[in-house]
Write a protein that binds this ligand. Structure first.
Ligand code: EPZ
Length: 436
């Protein structure tokens, strides 16, 4: 086990470079399964637990996978299974997007149903609806779902998504890539990560149009081949550093950040009195007056609205806002687990249904806290940077899933932050102290 220790109150300055996007590289690794020939070389791959899990899933299906620092090479012409290992799928729900490629290329797929997680139920009904619209039959038993395409393959269909689900849009896009005829996805998710997936698919020989808009059209082709592709930068990691720079920085430069992917965050930071300069290859952020953001109201929603993945981090930054703020979480039903931990650091937050009301305080105080999910972990790091005194953060497995070397990047910006391995005994003591 490990813990992060932060001595709060140290200003941040300098440059941090954003890694490749976790939520783009995961579906792209799944899409590589569609190639019956050729080699895919994926570049700017972040070093994350989730990426390792997806690479292991693709390899377990029989593909040749070679992971090097920052890149992955995949040859999928040796794929010989339609059933990824259940323990890998259950450990990371994003693995469910291997269903589309397997069903499209091999006519069947058998996938363990991903459970919910801390932030919500996370059903996959829209994925199933899409596949069935394309003629697939579905059988759910013993915690698995078994998809089977018609004898002559999946048929293009017109699919309306009741919710612009990121994962369902990805899965259906990939299933349609080798289907017969044209598939239309209406009310599609518009996230930049889905555009990056569509770009990779088109380089492989697919015919995907309209990614990034409400309507995506896919004309099925007969085969696809591996190609080289560089993943887009991680806008959620970039946003995390912009928020940190807003409340602790002295002109932090977030290199490799793409402002077009972060328009809603930039708008909210400027509303909070933060100056943002969009520069040639990144974004510079100047702190709010006295490093305290003006209180604001914020509602997370589907892209291009404010991203749910930056809700916890923004809440930490607004804990010392001037006045009050209100954050409404519209995407997931249970994404406020960071609130009790922030309250233990002195934040004044009151929950009313899906809205958190924040009364800005003068300062936070360091203490022992535990990350409950990926983005909550990042929020606790931000809170630790702001707090007076020392903050100890455990539950780092969550942070390691989604942030590539977060401690090292903050250390290079001047934070007094370090990561320590702890033995079971100390972990036990911390756990008891926190649950008392
Ligand atoms: C993706 O999850 C991201 N994960 C999440 O990031 C992100 O929070 C989420 O999109 C929303 O932007 C990856 O890309 C790996 P959804 P996904 O399907 O695809 C409901 C992170 O921190 N829904 O867009 O699972 C669902 O319950 C992670 O990096 C259905 O009802 O999200 C949710 O309320 C956390 N039925 C809403 O849609 C379905 O079939 C949005 O979910 C599918 C989804």
């Amino acid at each position: 086990m490990a813990k992060i220790i932060i001595e709060g109150g140290h200003r941040l300055e300098g440059t941090v470079r954003v890694s490749g996007a976790k939520n783009a590289v995961l579906p792209i690794l799944a899409a590589s399964l569609l190639a019956e020939s050729g080699l895919s070389q994926i570049e700017d791959v972040p070093d994350l637990l989730d990426v390792t899990h997806m690479a292991d899933t693709v390899a377990a299906l029989g593909a040749y996978v070679e992971k090097r620092h920052g890149s992955v090479r995949i040859s999928a012409n040796t794929v010989n299974s339609i059933e990824p290992p259940a323990q890998l799928v259950r450990r990371m729900r994003a693995s469910f997007v291997v269903a589309g490629p397997l069903l499209s290329r091999f006519g069947e797929a058998k996938i363990a149903l991903p459970g919910g997680c801390n932030i919500g139920q996370r059903p996959v009904d829209l994925h199933i609806k899409g596949f069935e619209a394309m003629g697939a039959t579905t059988k759910i038993e013993n915690g698995y779902v078994y998809f089977r395409a018609p004898r002559n393959g999946l048929q293009g269909a017109r699919i309306y998504l009741d919710i612009p689900s990121v994962g369902a849009t990805q899965n259906i896009m990939m299933a349609a890539a080798l289907a017969n005829g044209q598939t239309t996805i209406e009310n599609a998710a518009k996230e930049p990560e889905n555009v990056d997936l569509a770009n990779y698919l088109n380089k492989m020989g697919a015919r995907v149009r309209g990614a990034g808009t409400d309507v995506i059209r896919i004309d099925g082709v007969s085969s696809l081949s591996g190609v080289s592709h560089t993943v887009i930068p991680d806008r959620i990691e970039a946003g995390t550093f912009l928020i940190a720079g807003a409340i602790m920085g002295k002109g932090v430069y977030v290199d490799n950040a793409v402002s077009q992917h972060l328009m809603s965050l930039i708008a909210k930071l400027e509303e909070a009195g933060v100056q943002i300069d969009d520069e040639v290859s990144g974004i510079r952020v100047y702190p709010a007056l006295n490093w305290r953001m003006k209180g604001l109201d914020l509602k997370t929603h589907y892209h291009p609205a404010y991203p749910t993945d930056l809700q916890a981090v923004m809440m930490a930054g607004l804990a010392t806002c001037e006045g009050t703020s209100a954050i409404t979480e519209s995407v997931f039903e249970n994404r406020f687990m960071h609130v009790p931990e922030l309250q233990r650091m002195g934040a004044q937050i009151q929950l009313e249904g899906r809205t958190a009301l924040i009364e800005g305080v003068q300062k936070l105080s360091g203490t022992q806290v535990r990350a409950s999910d990926l983005r909550a972990g990042a929020a606790l790091v931000i809170a630790g940077l702001m707090a007076e005194g020392e903050t100890e953060i455990t539950g780092l497995n969550h942070i390691d899933r989604g942030y590539d070397n977060l401690v090292g990047k903050f250390k290079r910006l001047g934070a007094k932050i370090r990561r320590l391995e702890i033995d079971e005994e100390e972990a036990e003591v911390i756990s008891e102290r926190m649950s008392s």
